[in-house]
Write a protein of this length. Structure first.
Length: 68
């Protein structure tokens, strides 16, 4: 649940898929991975650790966690 919230805030984002920090993504436009069961919601279902964390959104939503 926490990862999904971070994805909605734009903290966990990918360069290959648009996220909610950029604009609202209608349900029909939310492409999901080709799997029987997808555990995480869009856009976090596409996020990988190699994508990193969006520092600007982290600073906006969780300023105490952002280190200068």
């Amino acid at each position: 649940m926490v990862l999904d919230i971070l994805g909605v805030c734009g903290i966990l984002r990918t360069s290959s898929r648009p996220g909610y920090a950029d604009a609202f993504i209608p349900y029909a436009a939310r492409e999901l991975p080709p799997a029987h069961y997808v555990e995480l919601s869009y856009p976090v279902c596409w996020w990988r650790a190699s994508d990193g964390v969006a520092a600007s959104e982290l600073r906006t939503f969780l300023p105490r966690l952002h280190s200068p």
